[in-house]
Write a protein that binds this ligand. Structure first.
Ligand SMILES: O=C1O[C@H](COP(=O)(O)O)[C@@H](O)[C@H](O)[C@H]1O
Length: 237
């Protein structure tokens, strides 16, 4: 069951989610030797990472215990500005000086692997991870999360792992995405959405009458599922 927290605007969503993330990661890294965290791309998602980097309490997080993953990636060259990895590195990982050995990026198109081979390699790498303690997700205006788009075969793929996504309705057309089952093995899933263009998607995620099912509505963490929305995105609730 997804619970919602509604904040005034985009900046308030980013501030609130980053506050909660810093507290949670400080607590988890004090209690566990290994904490796997799954990142997202997207406007609010990257904003949250930038805010974590600048947060006054971030030094309380034991970074040596965190392993970083991505829920989805655009299958483009490693140095492309479209890469969720590149954006996350610039916003957070490089700023904090995270060690390369703990960054588990999804393959890029210039690494010598086809899209399918990249999905297989990523799924194999994922086997070393513990279930994600925290997974961040953005929400597209169509209700997509990660690169699981409504009506697209990847969104209904069964089993754990990483899907090769072709013909993505949102550019770039080739992507890699964790499956719903892998995402839903996460202890906590936090979806963040802001802006009036997300209002229909937020209503669909919360399964309001008259809405159609969307991938974001099938997301469910084993301990917690939270949707953080600003007032504009929550206007149809
Ligand atoms: O393409 C993507 O879009 C979604 C949502 O992005 P937003 O800019 O509309 O917030 C994002 O969650 C996903 O990681 C990304 O690859």
């Amino acid at each position: 069951m997804t619970a919602t927290e509604i904040l005034a605007d985009r900046d308030a969503v980013i501030e609130h989610v980053s506050d909660r993330a810093v507290s949670l990661l400080a607590e988890l890294t004090a209690a566990r030797e290994r904490v796997d965290v799954c990142l997202t791309g997207g406007t609010v998602g990257i904003g949250v990472l930038a805010a974590i980097a600048l947060h006054p309490q971030t030094s309380k997080i034991d970074l040596a215990r965190i392993h970083w993953w991505w829920g989805d990636e655009r299958f483009v060259a490693a140095d492309s500005d479209d890469r969720n990895e590149k954006q996350a590195r610039e916003a957070l990982l490089d700023v904090l000086g995270v060690d390369e050995s703990r960054i588990n990026a999804l393959p890029a198109s210039d690494e010598g692997l086809s899209l399918e081979q990249g999905a297989t390699a990523a799924a194999n790498e994922l086997e070393e991870a513990t279930p994600f303690a925290l997974t961040f997700l953005g929400l597209g205006p169509d209700g997509h999360v990660a690169s699981l788009f409504p009506g697209h075969p990847a969104a209904s793929a069964e089993g754990p792992g990483v899907m090769a996504v072709t013909d993505s309705p949102k550019p770039p057309p080739e992507r890699l995405s964790m499956t719903l089952e892998t995402i839903n093995a996460s202890e906590r899933i936090w979806i963040a959405a802001a802006g009036a263009d997300k209002a229909d998607a937020v209503a669909a995620v919360m399964q309001r009458p008259g809405t159609q099912p969307v991938p974001g509505g099938s997301v469910s963490g084993t301990q917690e599922t939270l949707l953080f929305a600003d007032e504009a995105a929550a206007s149809q609730l």
